[in-house]
Design a protein around this ligand. Structure first.
Ligand code: GDP
Ligand code: MN
Length: 406
């Protein structure tokens, strides 16, 4: 789960990483009161989970109450790349001598943590990576050994920061690694990490993504979960305890097991289709779970066909089939369904489904054939929808022509 900047800064502060004094507020009045408490100049920062807020006008300096009021009222409610600003973070403005970049994330290929540090901060790191890759000093950290001070110093030296920043950078990066490892983060990023004219090193921005699977170890992460930004489909799936990721295609996918669900996404793409989602219903494919999954997929207006891909294991074929039958009685669907049912007691399951089959509910013997059918159906349905539209356009043209002749 992704944190807002203000949450990221609170998270950093717990590990002793220096951040500016500030507060997150939701109204103009609170913004001014916070600015008055902190003392000017302050920065008013839009809290949305997208980068480039500065360029979008979501970050403004205020040197008095009038300016704080003006900026807060402009920024609250602002739309930044499709995200509405409901909260602003007010912090004491910093003087900046230099802007750096620092992050830790997992390098899956290397099976090690990856630290990145650059003297070219404040801009998108992807841009630096593309134009001047040597400007990024990288370090791999073995999770068993952790980051030693010797390693950290060598890394900072390799990044060619201003020598005045060396001690502060070593200190912050050591703490940042601890925050990343102990906090079970997938990503911690400070951009910009600044050097002030009086020689302090300080985090001016915070991007933190925490591992959802670590919440049991960190009960306090519940508050972050509560403020997660999810699209309507993802929110609906979250409420039903489904492992769902929204995508932008037209083939809805239901599978049991994350591996099979991923393979299903792959195979739909491979045969030329576009998955509308990833959805793993786990081991128990009973009617409740199946109905919940179908409801979420049904709520996605881009879905033109649904591919249910089940491999019975501990859950037997007939239980899955009964689950599907009952779920279909509860959820009214427009999109046609293609089922592939295999594994334990698949035969028994297929017999249960057989009498229900129709144009709207098909069964295919293999995953590949089922994927092809689902993709074709999605295409047909889309063509039909477009056909209806062009027909009505043609009709209105005729109507228009008639009107013109009159
Ligand atoms: P982002 O654009 O969404 O990444 O937001 P940041 O928090 O990184 O801020 C963008 C830019 O605003 C920074 O790179 C700074 O140049 C500027 N900025 C942010 N906070 C301050 C501050 O306290 N003082 C000054 N002078 N500039 C700031
Ligand atoms: Mn930034």
């Amino acid at each position: 789960m992704d944190l807002f900047e203000y949450q990221g800064k609170q998270f950093f502060a717990r590990y002793g990483i220096p951040v500016s004094d500030g507060d997150a507020v939701a109204t103009v009045g609170q913004a001014v009161a916070t600015a008055e408490r902190i003392g000017y100049p302050v920065v008013v920062k839009a809290q949305v989970q997208v980068g480039g807020r500065g360029k979008a006008g979501g970050i403004k300096l205020a040197s008095n109450a009038e300016e704080a009021r003006e900026h807060a009222s402009n920024i609250l409610g602002m739309d930044i790349k499709g995200h509405r600003v409901d909260i602003v973070w007010i912090e004491r403005a910093s003087d900046i001598a230099e802007e750096y970049y620092a992050s830790f994330t997992l390098d899956r290929a290397a099976k090690l943590h990856l630290g990145m540090l650059s003297a070219q901060g404040g801009v998108e790191i992807e841009e630096v990576a593309a134009t001047d890759p040597d400007a990024i000093a990288k370090i791999h950290v073995d999770p068993v050994d952790g980051l030693t001070e010797v390693q950290c110093r060598a890394w900072v030296a390799a990044a060619n920061l201003n020598p005045a920043a060396t001690e502060g950078a070593v200190d912050i990066l050591t703490k940042l690694y601890t925050a990343y490892a102990e906090g079970d983060a997938d990503l911690v990023e400070i951009n910009p990490l600044i050097l002030t004219p009086d020689g302090r090193v300080h985090a001016l921005d915070a991007k933190v993504s925490l591992d959802d699977n670590s919440v049991f170890r960190h009960p306090d992460y519940e508050v972050y979960d509560a403020t997660q930004v999810r699209d309507a489909r993802e929110q609906m799936a979250h409420e039903r305890d489904l492992q769902y990721v929204g995508l932008d295609g037209s083939v809805g996918i239901i599978a049991n097991g994350a591996g099979l669900a991923m393979s299903t996404v792959d195979i739909v793409s491979q045969v030329g289709g576009k998955p509308a989602n990833f959805l793993d219903i786990g081991g128990g494919a009973n009617a409740d779970v199946m109905a919940g999954a179908l409801e979420v997929i049904h709520s996605d207006r881009n879905v033109r066909s649904i591919f249910i891909n089940i491999f019975g294991g501990i859950t037997k074929g007939e239980e899955v089939a009964n689950g599907i039958v009952q779920a279909l009685e509860r959820v009214a669907l427009d999109a046609p369904i293609v089922i592939r049912l295999d594994g334990t007691n698949a035969e028994a399951g297929r017999e249960i489904l057989a009498p229900r089959l129709s144009d709207k509910l098909q069964m295919q013997p293999t995953m590949l054939e089922a994927a092809r059918t689902a993709v074709e159906l999605a295409r047909d349905e889309a063509a039909q929808a477009a056909g209806t539209r062009s027909l009505s356009a043609a009709e209105s043209t005729i109507q228009g022509a008639k009107g013109g002749a009159r």
